[in-house]
Design a protein around this ligand. Structure first.
Ligand SMILES: [Zn+2]
Length: 407
């Protein structure tokens, strides 16, 4: 007998088997052939469920109900980070397919393209393009590690999807509501005995590059008092970011994730140091407050060490507050099914936050067993995954207008 668990599991494994990497993880980079193959696989499942797959100009896969009427969508993404897990993106996608099989009538699937930022340094490319928050000019500027532009890579990806009919534009005006299910990316829900988390706010990242310029000098012959060490100034900021991250917890985070120094030589005092800072907050203005403090510290460190500072802003965004009516609808669905749920926030970015600017959207997290994310060890309990599916089916019925006519 094919149980729900086996069907979800089999489909997750089918997606995984398209492009496993040698370290035991999934490897389906944004706009790659592997992402296109995963989209084709989902399109086949959707067709069997009576939906009509089509691709919009931005590479997002739409599986539409017949006719021109409004509909409710669910879905996630099928690209992964390098050596990624089996569940990130895939879980929400296979649950959406299964929900589409169970809910009759006006329901569809929306799988957004190029969600992960690993390849081009920026993510949610499909959902941001579709909602008018990212232009082709922006895409043309983004490069992967091999120097390939995101726009031309997207053309190849679209060619790989030639078997699927093309849409002239994303049919967002027909979407009544969108629900994304996703594996939790920390380990909070389990600690509180919850199966599902309902996101109320999704943080917007603020990213800056700070460049300290000092003077390259001999490591042995330059007295301490005469040094203009750019790395020492940068090191103060790495530690300040950590301190601020602790002070501003739990609403705001700060991380120095990159550090480049010049000349990077064992016998030279570093003359240049550039660090990349990522700040995220679920409070309006929270990221800006932390950033101001960090920049103040950076100017002070530069001044006291005789080095100059250049601040290069990379991106700025505010947190997205999710639709309260959608949050309540998800809570009610959980209540009717006696699924233990709680409200939460997301510091990681998701397609749902961009879609939420155009249509009412919800983001539901399935409890993680271990908090592992973006790595092969991602794990969730089958009971929680089945609960998420049941809640999604219930929610889609209620969002369609209450007709409980599931098969
Ligand atoms: Zn994801």
């Amino acid at each position: 007998m094919i149980t729900t668990k086996n069907k979800l599991k089999d489909r997750i494994e089918e997606l995984f088997a398209l492009a496993p990497d040698c370290n035991g993880g999934a490897n389906r980079p944004a706009f790659s052939k592997a992402e296109a193959e995963a989209m084709l696989l989902v399109a086949g499942w959707a067709r069997a469920a009576g939906l009509e797959p089509a691709v919009d100009p931005f590479g997002n896969l739409w599986c539409l109900p017949p006719g021109d009427g409004p509909f409710v969508t669910s879905g996630s993404h099928v690209d992964t980070v390098p050596d990624g897990g089996r569940l990130d993106g895939s879980l929400g996608t296979v649950i959406a397919v299964e929900a589409a099989e169970r809910v009759a009538g006006q329901r569809g699937i929306l799988v957004c393209a190029a969600e992960e930022a690993a390849r081009f340094g920026a993510g949610t490319l499909g959902s941001r393009s579709m909602t008018g928050n990212l232009s082709d000019t922006d895409l043309a500027r983004m490069r992967d590690a091999e120097g390939r532009g995101a726009l031309s890579v997207r053309s190849e990806y679209l060619n790989a999807l030639e078997r699927i009919p093309k849409l002239e534009r994303a049919p967002l005006e027909r979407v009544l509501a969108h629900v994304e299910v996703h594996i939790e990316q920390r380990a909070d829900l389990r600690k509180h005995g919850l199966s599902l988390g309902i996101a109320t706010t999704i943080a917007g990242p603020v990213r800056h590059r700070l460049r300290f310029i000092g003077e390259v000098a001999h490591a042995g012959e330059t007295p301490a008092a005469e040094r203009r060490d750019a790395l020492c100034a940068a090191a103060e900021i790495v530690l300040l970011a950590e301190k601020l991250c602790q002070q501003y917890a739990p609403h705001t985070t700060a991380t120095v994730g990159t550090l480049l120094i010049h000349p990077n030589s064992l016998t030279s005092i570093p003359g240049a140091a550039e660090l990349g800072v990522d700040i995220r907050s679920v409070e309006p203005g929270g990221a800006k407050r932390l950033l101001d403090e960090l920049l103040h510290g950076a100017r002070r460190a530069a001044g006291s060490r005789g080095v100059t500072l250049a601040d290069v802003p990379l991106s700025v965004s505010e947190p997205t507050v999710m639709d309260e009516a959608m949050v309540r609808a998800a809570e009610s669905a959980c209540g009717r099914l006696e699924v233990r749920c709680g409200r939460c926030v997301s510091f990681a970015g998701h397609d749902a936050q961009h879609i939420a600017r155009t249509v009412p959207a919800a983001l539901l997290f399935v409890a993680s067993e271990n908090g592992v994310s973006h790595a092969p060890g991602e794990a969730a309990n089958w009971k929680d995954m089945e609960a998420a599916l049941a809640v999604l089916v219930e929610l889609m019925h209620s969002l369609q207008g209450g007709g409980n006519d599931g098969r």
